[in-house]
Design a protein around this ligand. Structure first.
Ligand SMILES: [Zn+2]
Length: 235
């Protein structure tokens, strides 16, 4: 059913989200002291492919494909964007010899990049996996830092309304085990876009059309959140 309806859904969805973006954009102040910087984090990468779909597709590549679309859309609207990785390969330092050392180095590198980015807003992109093939749908998790919960709740509501209306999950605080989300000082959300363990959803998550739809909703939600945040600051 999702594949059959995806093409007809895309046009009105894009129109609707563009209206939200334009509406949000008009209330953003041009003279903000520290303009927000959207730090887009495609989860995993390098030696760490993350979860895998039944056909062997790694989560890391899907995360990167969605992240690149978010960057493109955000830049089209004049937003500042940084990526925590640009490709599937990572340039590990020679002193990180073991797989574990390489993963630790990469996580610390991402935290340091975020820490030195003034006005950072972290959007980490992941895919879910479960031993049972039935679960599907998105979920937005948030860090314990200020503004994270509000940004996550808005983004989760928009994702559910636009892309997975049957979803019964809610935005939730993230486990303290996730190093990146635990170590940041800025607002941060982690989006589980869907379940790679569900074959129908895995096929959808690999589709460039659906990746674009996800990116549109994530970018629009960021803009919508910024508009409410700045409105709150000024008045
Ligand atoms: Zn992941």
């Amino acid at each position: 059913m999702p594949a059959k309806h995806s093409a007809s859904r895309a046009a009105p969805l894009l129109f609707l989200i563009c209206a939200v973006i334009i509406g949000a954009w008009t209330v953003l102040p041009a003279d903000a002291a520290a303009p927000p910087v959207l730090v887009v984090d495609p989860g995993h990468g390098g030696l760490d492919g993350g979860a895998t779909a039944a056909d062997g597709s790694p989560e890391s590549a899907i995360n990167l494909a969605i992240a690149r679309r978010v960057r493109l859309l955000a830049q089209l609207f004049g937003l500042q964007v940084r990526m925590t990785r640009e490709g599937e390969e990572l340039d590990y330092p020679p002193e990180a010899e073991s797989v574990h050392a390489k993963k630790v180095w990469d996580q610390k590198r991402r935290v340091a990049l975020i820490a030195r980015t003034e006005g950072a807003m972290l959007l980490s992109i992941h895919q879910n996996k479960y031993p049972d093939a039935r679960p599907r749908g998105c979920q937005v998790l948030y860090a314990g830092t200020a503004d994270s919960a509000a940004w996550a709740e808005l983004t989760h509501a928009n994702l559910v309304a636009a892309l997975c209306p049957e979803n019964r999950r809610v935005a939730a605080p993230i486990s303290g085990d996730i190093y990146l989300m635990r170590e940041i000082d800025c607002p941060g959300i982690l989006v589980e876009c869907g379940f790679l363990s569900n074959p129908q959803e895995a096929a959808r998550l690999k589709s460039p059309d659906y990746q674009l739809e996800l990116a549109v909703v994530l970018t629009a939600s960021y803009l919508q959140f910024l508009s409410t945040r700045f409105q709150g600051d000024t008045g």
